[in-house]
Ligand binder design. Structure first.
Ligand SMILES: [Zn+2]
Length: 387
């Protein structure tokens, strides 16, 4: 038995207008200070003013949000008693909002209790809205949450399908001024979600078509959005692609490109999407060398080739590399300034963390430990994967 879960998705230019239609009394907006400064939070509060909905701002979200932050947000929620919780921002703001929404109503719950195995019985009178401001994480439509516990220094992977947003509002207006490097990195993340979900062990009939479309959209529109930030058509399609690929995250699963990027992100400070964009061609090459059929099928659907097997799979890898070249994406860890000695010293921990990452078991081809080691070195030096 399998499920396909999704919030109601309101998308396209001016979809933010839909906020006025949602009946509410008081909204709690969970966001970050940067978005307040850029004036993007105003776009939301103006709609709430128009609808006569009172609101409270909680602009305290930072990158790598913590459990403490979510607990504080839940406390604010219990003080102001919102019937609408809005997560506005990137993955961090939306993950925090999803957690606040649960802890607000269930202060009795130990945080580990936010799991798919635990019925939460949340009230239907409190609604959660996610509004992504980058075209990347797909966190607006997923129920999984990653928070850092600063006390135990652990990454907590939480979430319950009951904590899924009621509405995701996917309005490209928020992305028009994103700088090219962020556009590129987050776009590479979208591409990785789409391809990894399409070829992964948990792929299914309901996600496959969505992942093909998301891949096609990124290959077509990311170079345009990168080169011309105000290309509204490209921005709109990239914003949709991020959410479409995000539907793969909760309903299929990603693979080792993410395991490696998660491990690297814990060790070296680089944006998730940049690490993903570096690892992706190598991990796909590794899959193409042993389990090429699904990659070749994707290449065929995209019209890149009709060749089966490894040759077909390599056509897709080449399309990913070409996108990297077009957007000037770094090709190796060395290129982003990670020292060789530092990398070699970190490798045992990287290998441990990458092998234990939940994304590893859902990969199409799971590397043996020696292969994982080699793969990390290929990504470090930018060498082709021949095994
Ligand atoms: Zn990702």
């Amino acid at each position: 038995m399998w499920f396909f879960r999704s919030p109601q998705i309101v998308f396209g230019p001016e979809s933010l207008d839909y906020l006025v239609e949602i009946p509410a009394r008081h909204a709690l907006i969970i966001t970050d200070a940067n978005l307040v400064q850029l004036g993007l939070v105003n776009l939301v509060t103006r709609k709430l003013d128009e609808a006569g909905v009172a609101y409270t701002l909680f602009p305290e979200v930072r990158a790598e949000p913590t459990l403490e932050l979510a607990l504080r947000g839940a406390e604010v929620a219990r003080e102001v008693k919102p019937d609408l919780i809005i997560g506005l921002g990137g993955g961090s703001a939306m993950d925090t909002a999803k957690t606040v929404r649960v802890l607000y109503e269930r202060p009795d719950l130990p945080v580990d209790g936010i799991s798919p195995l635990e019925p939460l019985n949340l009230s239907k009178d409190i609604r959660l809205i996610t509004i992504p401001t980058t075209s990347g994480t797909g966190a607006d439509v997923g129920w999984g949450v990653v928070l850092t516990d600063e006390v135990s220094h652990r990454k907590l992977v939480l979430g319950s399908p009951e904590g899924l947003a009621d509405f995701a509002i996917v309005d490209p207006v928020f992305t028009l001024d994103l700088p090219p490097a962020i556009t590129r990195d987050t776009g590479m993340d979208v591409l990785a979600h789409a391809i990894e979900c399409f070829v992964g062990a948990w792929r299914n009939d309901f996600t496959d078509g969505l992942m093909i479309k998301a891949t096609e959209l990124v290959l077509t529109y990311l170079p345009r959005a990168y080169k011309n930030p105000h290309d509204e058509e490209a921005r709109e399609h990239m914003h949709n692609a991020a959410t479409i690929a995000g539907l793969g995250l909760g309903n299929a699963q990603i693979g080792i490109c993410h395991s490696m990027a998660h491990a690297l992100g814990g060790m070296f400070h680089a944006p998730h999407g940049r690490l993903i964009g570096i690892c992706l061609p190598y991990t796909l090459e590794f899959a193409a060398n042993g389990m090429p059929d699904n990659l070749a099928a994707l290449a065929r659907y995209l019209g890149l080739t009709t060749a089966p097997g490894q040759e077909g799979a390599y056509a897709l890898v080449e399309a990913v590399r070409q996108l990297g070249r077009e957007t000037g994406h770094p090709r190796s860890l060395k290129e982003i300034g990670i020292g060789e000695r530092e990398f070699a010293e970190s490798l045992p921990t990287l290998l441990d963390n990458a092998s234990q990452d939940p994304c590893t078991i859902t990969s199409p081809r799971v590397p043996e430990s020696e292969e994982f080691n080699e793969l990390f070195w290929c990504v470090y030096h930018g060498k082709p994967v021949t095994f």
